[in-house]
Design a protein around this ligand. Sequence first.
Ligand SMILES: C[S@@+](CC[C@H](N)C(=O)[O-])C[C@H]1O[C@@H](n2cnc3c(N)ncnc32)[C@H](O)[C@@H]1O
Length: 256
Amino acid sequence: MTIRNVGGGDSLSIFERSWQTYHLLVAHDLMQHHALGQALEQRLIAWLPEREAAGLSSTLAMADLACGDLTTLAPLLRRLPLRELEAVDAAVGVLPQAEARLGPVPYPCHWRAKDLLLWAESGADHPSGPWDLITCLFGLHHLADADKWRFLELVPRQLAPGGRLLIGDLFRQPAEPRQQFLERYWARVNSWTVLTQPSRRLVIDHMASSDYPAEGEQFAAMAESLGWQVRWLWHGPDQAEGLLELGRLGEQLSEV
Ligand SMILES: C[S@@+](CC[C@H](N)C(=O)[O-])C[C@H]1O[C@@H](n2cnc3c(N)ncnc32)[C@H](O)[C@@H]1O
């Protein structure tokens, strides 16, 4: 499969081999998944009546990119009023795990093994969509900045009128070089004693070879220049994780 990540196919090996490590990170909330998930849910709960007031459907067609095994989103996906779900990940083996984690739901699900940038590019070969809600949690930072901008340019093709793109990810501080970001993040990783030393090493090596977080403000400015309205919904306490809401210009993002 073609993968557009800076680290190529190797960048997926940590996810293909070691979901256990990722599950420990999430279970101990070491990467702020809990607060990010809460901010995301809160925004969606507020957004649903806004959609109805604007005459849009009260049910959502949703696509989750870089879905992994749905560690973060599965509980929310069982609560949201979805009419369809497309779950996309470049690691083929993870999709059955995502399906099992989600369990039975009353809407059709499409499990798609695909690079997220290629997914954004290839609207015409999708049997389903466009999507009212597209989420991407901890996936985009694997792409080079130029490919992140390309993603922002292409993904509107997949978004239904009034739709939203929610991106939760790692972001660098203004003017912070990648190496500086990584070093301060690694200080955090080294304090994660709930992981074994080899697991901490695995996380650090994965980040060194594969993680290219955008500078947050540059990402938001680039999105705006590409015709998005952008709003930060949440910043983690370590100035690393953040959640952004993006809508197309002319489609007002309401006040929070
Ligand atoms: C850190 S996990 C996040 C999983 C899930 N979104 C969550 O927040 O719990 C990153 C996921 O991104 C996937 N991934 C990495 N690069 C990708 C790409 N270019 N296209 C699609 N998925 C990708 C990996 O296979 C992995 O499942």
